[in-house]
Write a protein that binds this ligand. Structure first.
Ligand code: LMR
Length: 334
C-alpha cells in the first residue's frame, strides 16, 4: 500500500507539469497601430479567429491595436527581438530594418491601378525582396493592399504650389521625403500614434493617408480640407519573426498558413469596400471640405512629381526601377 502511494505521488509529480504543458496554447502576439475598426484591425481579428479555429485551440492570438503595445519603430525592434510575433506595418516603414528597396513603391502614381498593384505584390520581385527581410530576421508572410492615399490639410490643396512651406507628416520612406520636398513642403517623420494630436495642435499642417484611417482615427475632425488625389498607395506586409515561424510545431503550421491565406483574402476584400465607405462617411460628416481633383489638376500634380522618379534612380538603380515599372504596368510621364 505504502509503495503504491509513493509510486502514485511520484507519477503525479512527474506527470503534472507535462500534462499542464500539453494544454498550454502557443501564444502569438499581434501588435498593430490602427483602430480595430480599420481594415487592418478587422483582418488581425479575423486572423485570430481563423488561427485559433484551424489549430484547434493549440494557438492563442492576442491582438494589440492602436499602438497599445508598440509604436511604429518600436514594433519592428520588438519583432526582431521576438517580444511580439506578428505585425502588419506599412512597407513605407521598413527603412529602419536596413532594407531600403520597399520604399520604391512610394514613387508617385506608380501603383494607381488596383488590379496591377495586387499583381505586383504577388510577383517574383516581392518574393525576391522578401529574402532581404529574412536576412534581418523578419519574414514576410503576405502583403495586404489598403488602396490609394488622399491628402488632408488645414488648407485646400488644389495645385502643387499650395504645398509650399507646409509641414507635412510622412511615414519613414525616403521616397515620401523626396515627394514632400518636391512639392515645396517640409516633411516630418512621425509615428502614426502621434498624428492626431500633431494635426490638432498644428505641429504639422497635413498628411496623406487612406480614407479608412482618416475616418477611424478622426483626422477629419482636426483637418479642414481633404483632396482626393490617389497619388500613392498604402501597402502592409504581414510579418513575423523568422526564427519563431521556422520553429513552429508541425501540428500548428498548416493551420497558421491557412489562416494567413484566408485573412489576406479577407483584408483585400474589406479594405476596398471600407475605403469607399469611409470617404462617403467623411463627406457626410460635414466636418471637412472634400475636393475631388479634376483631370487637369491631377495632370498638374503628376507633372510636378515625375522628377522624383528620376531622382530616385540613384537610390534604387535604374534596372530595379524598370523592373518595378514593368511589373506594375506603369509608364513614367516625361
Ligand atoms: C500611417 O502611418 O500613416 C499608416 O501607415 C498607418 C497604418 O498602419 O495604416
Amino acid at each position: 500500500m505504502r509503495k503504491w502511494l509513493i509510486a502514485a505521488a511520484a507519477a503525479a509529480v512527474f506527470m503534472a507539469p507535462g500534462a499542464v504543458m500539453a494544454q498550454q496554447p502557443l501564444i502569438i502576439k499581434f501588435s498593430h497601430v490602427v483602430s480595430p475598426d480599420a481594415p487592418k484591425g478587422k483582418a488581425a481579428l479575423k486572423f485570430k479567429e481563423l488561427a485559433e479555429k484551424y489549430t484547434d485551440g493549440k494557438v492563442k492570438v492576442e491582438v494589440y491595436p492602436n499602438s497599445s503595445l508598440y509604436k511604429d519603430k518600436e514594433e519592428l525592434e520588438a519583432l526582431q527581438l521576438g517580444s511580439v510575433q506578428l505585425l502588419a506595418p506599412s512597407i513605407s516603414k521598413f527603412g529602419p530594418l536596413g532594407v531600403k528597396e520597399y520604399d520604391v513603391f512610394d514613387l508617385p502614381y506608380l501603383m494607381v491601378d488596383d488590379a496591377r498593384a495586387r499583381a505586383v505584390y504577388d510577383s517574383p520581385i516581392l518574393a525576391e525582396m522578401g529574402h532581404k527581410l529574412d536576412a534581418k530576421g523578419v519574414h514576410p508572410l503576405a502583403y495586404w493592399d489598403n488602396g490609394a492615399h488622399v491628402y488632408t490639410c488645414n488648407k485646400p490643396l488644389i495645385t502643387p504650389e499650395d504645398f509650399r512651406g507646409l509641414k507635412m507628416r510622412i511615414q519613414g520612406s525616403k521616397v515620401l521625403d523626396a515627394v514632400a520636398r518636391e512639392l515645396g513642403a517640409i516633411p516630418q517623420i512621425m509615428a502614426f500614434s502621434e498624428l492626431y494630436q500633431a494635426l490638432q495642435t498644428g505641429v504639422v499642417d497635413g498628411e496623406d493617408n487612406v480614407p479608412s484611417n482618416i475616418l477611424t482615427q478622426k483626422f477629419y475632425e482636426v483637418q479642414k480640407d481633404l483632396t482626393v488625389s490617389y497619388h500613392g498607395r498604402l501597402t502592409y506586409s504581414l510579418i513575423t519573426n523568422k526564427k519563431f515561424w521556422d520553429g513552429l510545431p508541425a501540428d500548428v503550421r498548416p493551420g497558421l498558413d491557412r489562416a494567413v491565406k484566408e485573412s489576406t483574402e479577407f483584408f483585400n476584400e474589406t479594405a476596398a469596400k471600407d475605403n469607399t465607405d469611409a470617404l462617403e462617411k467623411i463627406k457626410a460628416s460635414g466636418k471637412i471640405e472634400v475636393h475631388v481633383q479634376t483631370p487637369e489638376e491631377k495632370q498638374a500634380w503628376i507633372k510636378k512629381l515625375m522628377p522624383v522618379h528620376k531622382e530616385m534612380q540613384s537610390r534604387f538603380g535604374k534596372d530595379f526601377i524598370d523592373q518595378i515599372y514593368k511589373a506594375s504596368g506603369f509608364t513614367p510621364a516625361s
